[in-house]
Structures are given as C-alpha cells and as structure tokens.
Design a protein around this ligand. Structure first.
Ligand code: GLY
Length: 417
C-alpha cells in the first residue's frame, strides 16, 4: 500500500474507532443497578405468588392485573421466555454468578415447550431463554433444546401457503391465520440451521419471510396484523388487524415486529430485499405524524383519540432494539442510532417505576390488546426484555461498532440431527 493510502486508512480507522467509543444518552450501566433491584423484587413476588396460587405450573411473570397483582403464566404462554431472558441479560450485563443461577433455573422451567407444536410462539419462548442462554454458556444441552424446538415449530409449515401457521385458535374467524409477530420466531429457525447444518429450517424461514413480505404489507409499508390464507392454494382470504384499532390501521407493536423481523432476516440471509423492507418499515414508523416527540408510540398509529390514547412502551423498546441492528446495515445508520438512543432515553426517564414498585417490572405503560381491553397501560415482561436487549446492543455498538457477539451463535460440539 502506498504511503498516502496508509495515512487515509489510518484516518478512517481513527474515525471509526472514534465513532465506536462514543456512547450518547442513557447507558446500560446506569440502568443495571435499577434493573437488578427490580428483578430481586420480582423474584420474591414470583415466589410468593406461586405459593399463594398453589399452582407450580405458573412459572413466569407476564404483567400486573387491574388490582395491581402480579400475573404469572405457565410455560405454554407466549411470554414465558422473556423473564428468563431478562435474567440472562442481567448476567451478561453484570457478570454476576447469582444472575447466572437464576437464569438457568428460570430457563429450565420452560424446557417442555420444545415439544409444544400447538403454536408459532416457539421463538419467543425458547430463543429468548434457551437461545440467549446458549449464546452465553455454550451449554450443549441448550443447543439440543433449540434444535428440538425448531423441529417442532417446523411441523407448522405449510408449503402450499409458504408460511408457518401462527394460531390454532379462532377457527370460526380465520382458516389459516398468519400474524406479523410470526416473523420474530424465524430467528430460532435460522439458528437451528447454523447449529445443525440442516437447511430445512433456513428454507422455511426464508419462505415465510418472502410470503409475508408479499402479502402482509400495504403500499406505505405499514402491515396488517393477521392474514388469513386458503391452505389448499395459498390465496389470501382476509386481511385483519386483530390487536389494533381497525383492520386498515397500523398496530404499533406489529410495526415493531416487522421492523425487527426483516432486519434479522437480512442479517441471516444478506438478501437486500429484506434490508429495503426493514428500511421502509423504519421510515413508516419514524416519519409517522402520530409518533409522539418522545418516540414512544401510541398503541396504534391510527388510534382515534390521539393524543389521549395509551402508549405502548413494549413497541418502543422493540423498535429501539431493531433500529440498533438496522443501523449496522443501512446508509441511514447514524439516524437510526440517534432515534434508538432517544427512545431509550425516554423509556429510562419517563416510563420506569420508582425502585421497588410495580412488583419489579422495569417499564410501565405498555399495551397488550386494547380492543379486548386487556393489558392496557401496564407493565409487560416483553417490554422489559427488549429494553434490556436494546441497552446491551447500544453499549456493544459504542464499544466495538458491531453486534457480532449477539449474533454469532455457532455449534460448539457435535450436532444432534
Ligand atoms: N405476539 C403477541 C403480541 O404482540 O401481543
């Protein structure tokens, strides 16, 4: 290399390192002491509630009910993996043995889900818990759970439609419902192919992502929630938005699932169409006139009484985490990071309970399903999960300007087929 080129290369190196070491806004290190105290409270609350209910099958905290009581769920609930995930993140953030032990214990409680083929939610349950655990411990037993779970999830793939079947319930309403949330469960399938060498899982994930990209989105890149397919020929029968305000509205968390999902699909495949899709979804969210100044969305972008509508902190946390990853791949990276920083700043400052309150949840003001008047303006375990994930991603970007340590999950021993 010529001298001039060497100097330019050195300057670029310096510039990149400079960017990498600059961390703006709230930092995971500042939030961790609060998160640890809250989670200590939560662990006591969970134990007390389990004993009081006499139902040992209730294993993970999900939310608070109208009376402010802790709601626990069994492992089959779609949210059961998030609290184990929070514990893994605390271990990752602090390196403390006690969080490792708690994470292992909570994770073990949902292992039976690896055989539960009745739902698409396998990724939420197993990848957030066992997947994160495998990344941090390389325990081959965790890898085997991931592989069995992917095998079970794959039984829901229908080649004639080209997607996984999301829900078994409400057959009176939908014949073959596929929900935008389902994009999130593809990460488990991509991981299973990496860990086993069996491309079946990868191919299912790609087919699902392509079919969803073709059918789920409107011209402005907002998405419907539920698409109903004819399972005999893959024709779309209905386009619904079950958890949003109206079928033609944009349910906030659904937009977040799409953003995160297509960003992750780009990471796994390097298909530029997925990157473009993620960028278009990000533009829809970030340019929306109803997105509040603090960037924490209302529960639906088209909710009728904005600004007097509940927010959804879970959507905000999820969007922040997705934007950090997308920032690595897109020419809009700087802007995405600034927006994600702003979301985390808002959440940390204005959406956290006082230490010791809210039974140990980290974030207030999420909305589960407003149309069913269920879980409106409450803490939700998945908001906490994506909040910590986003904070850890932010720190890693500032340190190393990449997120490799989160994504390079590989087989560490002989693979089980
Ligand atoms: N995956 C269910 C929800 O987002 O409410």
């Amino acid at each position: 290399m010529k001298k001039k080129h060497l100097v330019i290369a050195a300057l670029i190196g310096l510039y990149t390192t400079g960017c990498a070491t600059q961390e703006n806004g709230v930092k995971v290190k500042e939030v961790l002491p609060f998160a640890e105290k809250q989670t200590e409270v939560m662990l006591k609350e969970v134990e007390a509630k389990t004993q009081q209910s006499g139902k040992p099958e209730l294993v993970s905290p999900r939310t608070l009910n109208a009376e402010g009581e802790l709601v626990l769920v069994p492992s089959r609930d779609w949210t059961s993996g998030f609290f184990p995930g929070v514990l893994w993140f605390l271990y990752e953030g602090t390196g403390k043995q006690e969080w490792l032990e708690q994470a292992k214990e909570a994770t073990a409680k949902i292992e039976q889900e690896k055989y539960n083929g009745k739902t698409h939610d396998m990724g939420f349950k197993v990848y957030c818990s066992f997947g994160t655990g495998y990344r941090l411990t390389n325990d081959p037993a965790y890898r085997d759970v991931i592989l069995q779970s992917a095998k079970t999830l794959s039984t829901r793939f229908y080649p004639k439609v080209g997607t996984l079947l999301s829900w078994d319930h409400s057959r009176d309403k939908w014949k073959f419902p596929v929900i935008i949330d389902n994009m999130m469960n593809l990460e488990l399938l991509f991981a299973a192919t990496r860990l086993s060498g069996d491309s079946t899982y990868y191919n299912i994930a790609v087919s699902h992502a392509n079919t969803t990209m073709k059918n789920h989105f409107r011209p402005d890149y907002s998405s419907y929630h539920v698409l109903d397919y004819d399972s005999t020929n893959g024709n779309v029968l209905q386009k619904h938005t079950h958890q949003g305000y109206a079928h033609e509205s944009a349910w906030a968390r659904g937009q977040g699932w799409g953003l995160y999902g297509y960003t992750m699909c780009y990471r796994e495949t390097k298909n530029p169409a997925y990157l473009k899709q993620a960028e278009n979804i990000a533009a829809y969210i970030l340019n929306h006139p109803n997105l509040p100044d603090d960037l924490v969305p209302y529960w639906d972008f088209n909710a009728p009484n904005i600004p007097n509508e509940p927010r959804d902190a879970s959507a905000a946390a999820l969007i922040a985490s997705g934007l950090y990853e997308l920032s690595l791949y897109s020419s809009n990276g700087k802007m995405y990071r600034e927006k994600a920083d702003k979301i985390l700043e808002s959440l940390a400052k204005n959406y956290t309970p006082k230490t010791g309150e809210a039974k140990g949840f980290l974030l207030l003001s999420s909305t589960g399903s407003k149309p069913s008047n269920s879980e409106v303006d409450v803490p939700l375990t998945y908001a906490d999960y994506y909040f910590l994930e986003a904070l850890l991603r932010k720190q890693e970007l500032a340190k190393n300007n990449n997120l490799d340590k989160f994504f390079n999950i590989q087989a560490n021993t002989m693979t089980a087929k």
